[in-house]
Design a protein around this ligand. Structure first.
Ligand SMILES: [Zn+2]
Length: 632
């Protein structure tokens, strides 16, 4: 009987009576990588308290979702959960991160270092780096359970094992193609199988609203937001950025040098100016307010405005980040504002720009002539793009200035089969022509992109081979994340398979990113960075084509992704031309330091060519003496 009882006691351990929040305050140690080190103090990040309580075995809650800014306690929560699990023998645990490399890094840099400074854990898990297979980087066995670390891109993700604790860390970074098996969130849910009182903890910084996995999880949760009381009126509120027109949120003043000299948070209830030194008082008294308190899945949300004093993201630092992002946004570049919104405000971004209306754009043509550049464009470069079809070439010439503001100069079609030389002779005439500014200067095209996709690839290569680097063959890149201009590959090889020096280059173009950028700019009005201009006489056909695609939400292996899709009955050739032309400007170097200085120097040093197209053949704005490598 005694023997039976002992065995029973050793295998079926009761859950500890201590809450994970109390355990963390009493025992957990932060290693030197943290913003703070030494004994963990929950009162520094009180927004973690309810999350840790729900993660405790005593709570019946099984699903815990945290939508968070970067580098503010989310992964520390995962670490506490794992260490608590080791200390109490919680059972088998799985922590999945976006990649295997991240899982390894987490294990070595964070988990191993934490275990090393907590002797009670070290004694339960055995020394690291031993030959003992019970303690490897990605698999650790301890008394009463195990921890498996894995990347969402690894085979271990789809193993049929079940776990008592499943952690999806940084969910929005998970592999899109996760074994072709469906939504990563649901795959994680399946990993707990039928185990009683299991826990699934998902945390991430959100991404795009329609595709963010953590946002979807949060939407289906209780939707808790960490509210704090106003020191003046005592009313609870969730801290938000606000904005210039809002009567709440972050407000600041700057001096003439643009430095922030005064910053405070305006209470949404009494408009009291709350200075940042009141923040510890406020967050200590904070609490989660759940929009759907009856939902079993518990959701938690906070942002970088809650960062503890002494950490790097102060309100002033956030305001500086916001100002930089806002400046970029006004120039039609959304990336920094998307990053600020996602990583600092931990809000999903409202998705890429809407499809511009072709009628509104067509109404914006300006009184300058085709094949000319308006005088007020300032210093510009000319680029050209050519799209190849079976029966014609589409050609577009555009002028860009240093702020990426641009003017359509020429848009035309050359009819004929691109396998015949006459078509390319006609292309040469456009590519080598001079284009007049209203100041009677003649500019030459300096960078040309010719699309090689389709049935006329060899003819495109033949045309470009002897005209590089000014004229090169391009091809749309498959990957969404591909840069607008990638690295070229050499297309010409010998009979024996060796690359021929000076052969044809093929440049990959990130069409997905370029289209997002162009769509966000087409609507920009007036003058300024990124604005598009069109001459009087630009056809309706052009405007219909340049807006002929839409970014649509589709499901690939159960995961939502945005894909560019042609509108029914609409061609998209002009949009392709604009993408290749913008890429031609990028390849020429419009964003490279010193580029515009050399363009200006070259423009000044050149004798003013006569207003004669042929005279300008060797002119243009290619910087003098730069040699043929100047594109690189
Ligand atoms: Zn107030």
């Amino acid at each position: 009987m005694t023997l039976y009882l002992n065995t029973y006691a050793a295998t079926v351990k009761p859950d500890p009576y201590i809450l994970m929040s109390e355990w963390a305050d009493e025992k957990f140690q932060l290693a030197e990588y943290s913003a703070e080190k030494g004994s963990y103090r929950l009162d520094r990040t009180p927004f973690m308290r309810e999350i840790l309580e729900e993660l405790s075995p005593q709570s019946p809650t099984q699903d815990i979702v945290l939508m968070k800014p970067t580098q503010l306690a989310g992964t520390t929560g995962s670490l506490i959960l794992i260490c608590f699990g080791i200390d109490t023998g919680i059972g088998d645990m799985l922590m999945m991160m976006p990649t295997d490399a991240m899982a390894k890094r987490f294990s070595k840099k964070r988990l191993a270092k934490t275990i090393a400074i907590m002797p009670e854990l070290q004694s339960k898990i055995g020394p690291a780096k031993s030959r003992d297979s019970a303690n490897t980087i990605l698999d650790k066995v301890f008394s009463g359970g195990s921890i498996t670390l894995s990347g969402s891109n690894s085979g271990a993700s789809y193993r049929s094992d079940t776990y008592r604790v499943v952690i999806g860390d940084d969910l929005d970074g998970f592999d899109l193609d996760i074994g072709g098996e469906g939504d990563p969130g649901e795959l994680l849910d399946a990993r707990t199988g039928a185990i009683n009182n299991s826990k699934i903890y998902k945390n991430s910084t959100p991404t795009l609203k329609d595709t963010s996995l953590i946002y979807r999880e949060y939407k289906s949760s209780s939707q808790g937001k960490f509210n704090v009381p106003c020191p003046e009126c005592g009313e609870l509120q969730y801290l938000l950025w606000g904005g210039v027109d809002a009567d709440f949120g972050i407000k600041f003043e700057r001096n003439d040098d643009g430095e922030i000299i005064d910053i405070y948070y305006q209470c949404e209830h009494c408009t009291y100016q709350i200075y940042e030194h009141k923040k510890p008082w406020m967050i200590e008294r904070g609490e989660y307010v759940h929009k759907y308190p009856n939902r079993k899945k518990r959701g938690f949300h906070y942002n970088a405005l809650y960062t503890p004093l002494g950490w790097k993201n102060t309100w002033a630092r956030l305001a500086e980040k916001f100002l930089i992002a806002n400046k970029e946004l006004k120039a039609g570049r959304t990336e920094k504002m998307v990053t600020f919104t996602n990583t600092m405000m931990s809000e999903p971004w409202e998705g890429p720009g809407e499809q511009p209306s072709w009628e509104l754009l067509a109404a914006r043509v300006e009184p300058y002539e085709e094949k000319t550049i308006p005088a007020d464009a300032g210093l510009v470069i000319l680029v050209c793009s050519i799209d190849t079809h079976d029966t014609r070439l589409d050609v577009l010439v555009r002028a860009f200035n240093k702020d990426e503001e641009s003017w359509l100069v020429y848009h035309t079609k050359i009819h004929g089969d691109p396998n015949s030389p006459e078509v390319w002779d006609a292309a040469d005439q456009i590519v080598n022509a001079g284009y007049e500014t209203e100041d009677s200067e003649v500019l030459k095209i300096i960078s040309v992109h010719v699309d090689s996709a389709g049935h006329r690839t060899q003819s495109v290569y033949n045309y470009c081979r002897v005209r590089a680097p000014k004229i090169v063959a391009i091809k749309g890149a498959v990957k969404e994340a591909a840069p607008i201009v990638g690295r070229p590959t050499m297309q010409d090889v010998t009979f024996g398979g060796q690359t021929i020096k000076g052969g044809c280059q093929l440049w990959p173009i990130g069409t997905h990113q370029a289209k997002i950028l162009i769509y966000s700019r087409l609507d920009l009005p007036g003058r300024g960075a990124g604005v598009y201009h069109w001459p009087d006489g630009t056809t309706d056909e052009y405007f219909k084509e340049v807006t002929g695609e839409k970014l649509k939400l589709k499901y690939v292996n159960g995961r939502p992704v945005y894909q560019w899709t042609p509108e029914p009955g609409r061609a998209n050739h002009a949009l392709d031309l604009e993408v290749y032309a913008y890429a031609a400007a990028i390849r020429a170097g419009i964003n490279r330091p010193g580029f515009w200085d050399s363009v200006e120097k070259a423009a000044k040093s050149q004798p003013k060519p006569k207003r004669d197209v042929d005279q300008a053949k060797t002119g243009g704005f290619i910087p003098a003496g730069a040699g043929k490598d100047w594109f690189k």
